[in-house]
Ligand binder design. Sequence first.
Ligand SMILES: *Cc1c(COP(=O)(O)O)cnc(C)c1O
Length: 365
Amino acid sequence: MSFIDNLIANVIRDDVRANSAYVVPDSSGLIKLDAMENPYELPRALREELARRLADAVLNRYPMASYASLKEKVSATLGIPAGYDVLLGNGSDELIQIVATTVANQKRRATILAPVPAFVMYSRSAQFAGADFVGVKLKPDFSLDMDAMLAAIALHQPAVVFLAYPNNPTGNLFASEDIETIIRALGDKGIAVLDEAYQPFARHTFMDRLDEFENLVVMRTVSKLGLAGIRLGYMTAAPQLLAEFEKVRPPYNVNVLTQVAAEFVLDHVEVLDAQAASINAERERLTPELAALAGVEVFPSAANFISLRVPDAADVCAKLLAEKVLIKNLSKMHPSLANCIRVTVSTPEENSAFLNSLKAALAPA
Ligand SMILES: *Cc1c(COP(=O)(O)O)cnc(C)c1O
């Protein structure tokens, strides 16, 4: 073995060596419908004003570690209830990591539980934090299997249960009574993290239930709303609990450019809300059209994407790619997603391009 091979064998964790990096496919020149991005840019006048604000950003200093002004803006414009502080993250990906790291390490084994299929960062973050990950299979219609969830909670006593609301990659909202039952079953033995990444499209939330449940954390992001590039997530919970997570947060995790951009754009959040409304209208247009296609099963979605089952997902994805349409093949994520694909709801033009390419891909040769 070479020096570098030996070095890696000597110092890198086995489970890290066995893992592979998160793969993001190259999308240049493609209609990009694989990552739940908002397809709309900000209006030109706003972008020009943003450029002026960014020109004045203080780049030679560290960010103000309190992030007081950004937190105030987030709280005021994104619906944080009075009396609750927020913790900011470099995307909610980082918040998931912070939660996992706060509850577990190699010395204090902890279990992190989530229904599966779920957002992949839950299991990855659990693993890298040194926690055991338990995935509990959703029912075939992707609703929560409550008997299995409650049995797994009793058996594993998870420190954290992640619930994406709506769920990614399936798009559905879990029944709120089921979520309540899970939060109560955890009691003071476990934290329920409601990941509301798609809240701008779902308009359902547990944000107004924080007073009821002291073991509830509500996590959100501005990514799906239209600011995926700036990387900003936020979460809130009972102040004493949030203070513990705060100890694990790297002090300058949100950079100055993100801070300036977010404070500016959130002053115009109605622009993003209007974009979300047109994406929702397109979802309502697209869903029945997809459902009408022979051989296609569409899963109900409250998010800015639609998941569907087709006769041959690999074939459909390859044919769409040949038409320069990039979507996500979910087949390898979980056995229950065999021949499932996921498509971001985009502009009317891009959605029609997808629909037409899909029809062509499904047509008998
Ligand atoms: C996209 C997504 C996130 C990640 O959001 P970022 O803020 O961009 O890191 C978190 N949770 C779910 C369920 C998602 O689908």
